[in-house]
Design a protein around this ligand. Structure first.
Ligand code: GRF
Length: 195
């Protein structure tokens, strides 16, 4: 008998290429997650349509009308997650800092992908900063989500070389290809650890 797949949500804000890589990976019969909901804070996020076309339910809730009340926005998202029976969350290019409230609701059940070799280059503009710092190696990390931004325990990392003639765009492309390989593997590992 196979064990049931973990009902997993993916949070996006834009194109959702990491979401696509996760959904593709989940076609493998032994993949431990099924993606049941895609959440976006931008109703125009291009990834929403891609998900809907594949029969994945979507929940888009614009954060702007909530102003500074980030928790009110998240309480509605949380209700949608509960209504869908979601058990685990993958943040994949979700460009909002989560409140401690939502993080505590999903402690040990939420992971994120960050385009840098954490603990180096937390936050935004990681590729520009890596080039400015002159590092010879850069990459991506999947980590558990904790209240501190990009600070949770690292689950897995992927490394790429940095070349002398790199631009932020070229480096981003090289890192993104690795992200797409890394995220499904890291999710497998995270789910095995959270059981
Ligand atoms: C990725 O580089 C991810 O690591 C970062 O934002 C980007 C999102 O890209 N957090 P996509 O929406 O998955 O294509």
């Amino acid at each position: 008998m196979t064990s049931p797949k973990t009902r997993t949500a993916i949070f996006i804000s834009g194109r959702g290429s990491n979401m696509m890589a996760l959904v593709e990976a989940a076609k493998a019969p032994d993949f431990p997650a099924e993606f049941v909901l895609v959440v976006a804070n931008d109703p125009e996020a291009p990834g929403l349509q891609w998900a809907a076309e594949r029969g994945i339910r979507t929940f888009a809730l614009d954060h702007k009308p909530f102003g500074k009340d980030r928790e009110a926005h998240e309480r509605q998202i949380d209700a949608a997650l509960r209504a869908e029976g979601v058990e685990f969350i993958c943040l994949a290019g979700y460009m909002r800092v989560l409140t401690p409230w939502l993080v505590s609701q999903w402690a040990g059940k939420m992971i994120n992908i960050h385009p840098a070799l954490l603990p180096e280059f937390k936050g935004l503009h990681t590729h520009e900063r890596a080039l400015e710092a002159g590092v010879s190696e850069h990459g991506a990390s999947v980590h558990w989500v904790t209240p501190g931004v990009d600070e949770g325990e690292i689950i897995a990392q992927a490394r790429v070389p940095v070349f002398s003639d790199d631009t932020p765009e070229r480096l981003a492309t090289r890192v993104l290809a690795e992200e797409h390989r890394l995220y499904p593997q890291a999710l497998r590992k995270a789910l095995a650890a959270s059981k």
